[in-house]
Ligand binder design. Structure first.
Ligand SMILES: *Cc1c(COP(=O)(O)O)cnc(C)c1O
Length: 383
């Protein structure tokens, strides 16, 4: 699970340097002399782009803001429809509502990600974009989804909050669609406390997103900031130097975190895969998995309920499934008027899958006996 498990001396060192080397400048722009020309936010963006193979990336204050900016960069707003999936975090739908567009949710399939068949059914002439979510670190079936969207001229935003570092073939998740968004909140693989990143395929959208996240500032080098040029209004979603300092440290640790997650997940799945009343969530062919969580799909919901309770009683936590489903499943979002207005919040197909699921968080610091302990709990007879 994550970045927060490895926060340590490097983060402290980089934070301190803001004060010892750069006069305490916390802003992404200006103060060149005082900061000795060290721009941490920009350095973090560059480092992130290099690591995850994106030519155009900029940071922001949260993963939710990243989604909102992504929609702005594509010119999406009132009168448009944006399709996402019913199993995601509320933030995905909130960003669509904030943009003025109407949110629409598809069912998920057994991959726990967007069901391509249902996507086709939900597309109409108002559909301008989709936000596909790589839920819990496993890639959505982007190859299929891309074909559908290309045919209809629909933009693809990848909500990569869980999928950082994972790939389909040789391409990092987030860089396959038109725009990809990342979250660095405290529960995510790479954390800056609060924060996010947006990666763009095209320069035009990058420029638009970058300006929009900074009140419309174009950062025109011909003018000082207070006389800067602008083409549209925007908002303030700028990352601070404090977040970027932590991000730079975390980025250095990322490969080790990612590899350790993969190893630890494999140890648990190997231990339990032969139990015959459960199966493990599959990932699309040719993809890697961020290994943030291991989702177990039981034969029926009774088994799922029994074993999730038993895991908890033995000190093994679950993650999102089942305990935080209400925050991650649109069936329960009757508080979102904009969503409710457009469609019935039933999602029976998805519910039938989700209520059979239990998800285990994969920890970086996993005690050695955990896989066998989980095996013992899950293979014990149901009473
Ligand atoms: C965490 C998360 C977000 C939001 O990120 P924040 O940085 O917390 O705003 C968006 N989408 C998904 C799927 C998430 O899990």
């Amino acid at each position: 699970m994550p970045g927060y498990e490895v926060i340590g001396n490097l983060e402290k060192k980089y934070l301190n340097e803001i004060f010892t080397k750069s006069g305490g400048v916390l802003f992404r722009h200006g103060f060149e002399k005082l900061r000795k020309n060290i721009f941490r936010v920009k350095k973090f963006e560059k480092g992130f782009g290099k690591h995850f193979n994106s030519k155009y990336s900029h940071s922001t204050t949260s993963g939710t803001a990243a989604l909102r900016i992504a929609l702005a960069s594509l010119g999406i707003g009132k009168g448009d429809e944006v399709i996402t999936q019913c199993f995601t975090f509320v933030a995905t739908v909130e960003a669509i509502i904030e943009s003025g567009a109407t949110p629409v949710c598809t069912e998920i399939d057994k991959s726990l990600n967007m069901c391509p068949k249902d996507l086709i059914k939900k597309i109409n002439s108002k559909t301008k974009a989709i936000i596909v979510v790589h839920m819990l670190g496993v890639a959505a079936d982007l190859e299929k989804i891309k074909k559908i969207c290309n045919k209809k001229n629909i933009f693809i935003i990848e909500d990569t909050a869980w999928g950082i570092g994972a790939k389909i073939r040789k391409n990092y998740l987030g860089t396959i669609g038109d725009v990809g968004t990342f979250s660095f909140d405290h529960a995510k693989t790479l954390t800056t406390g609060e924060g996010g990143m947006i990666v763009y395929k095209r320069k035009k959208m990058y420029n638009k997103g970058l300006a929009w996240h900074d009140h419309g500032h174009e950062n025109n080098p011909k003018f000082p900031r207070y006389e800067d040029t602008r083409k549209s209004s925007g908002f303030n979603f700028r990352m601070s130097e404090l977040q970027a300092a932590v991000g730079l440290a975390q980025l250095k640790k990322f490969n080790k975190i990612f590899q350790t997650h993969q190893k630890n997940k494999k140890k648990i799945s190997n231990a339990i895969k032969k139990i015959d009343y459960l199966e493990l969530r599959e990932k699309p062919k040719n993809s890697t998995d961020a290994s943030e969580a291991l989702v177990i799909i039981f034969k029926n919901s009774k088994l799922a309920k029994f074993y999730s309770k038993k895991l908890k009683m033995n000190g093994i936590n679950t993650k999102i499934l089942p305990e935080a489903l209400t925050w991650h499943f649109a069936k329960y979002w009757s508080h979102m008027r904009e969503l409710k207005k457009r469609q019935k919040l039933t999602f029976n197909t998805s519910h039938n899958i989700l209520k059979r699921c239990v998800s285990l968080p994969i920890m970086y610091k996993m005690e050695k006996q955990i896989p066998i302990k989980i095996y013992k709990i899950l293979s014990s007879k149901m009473k």
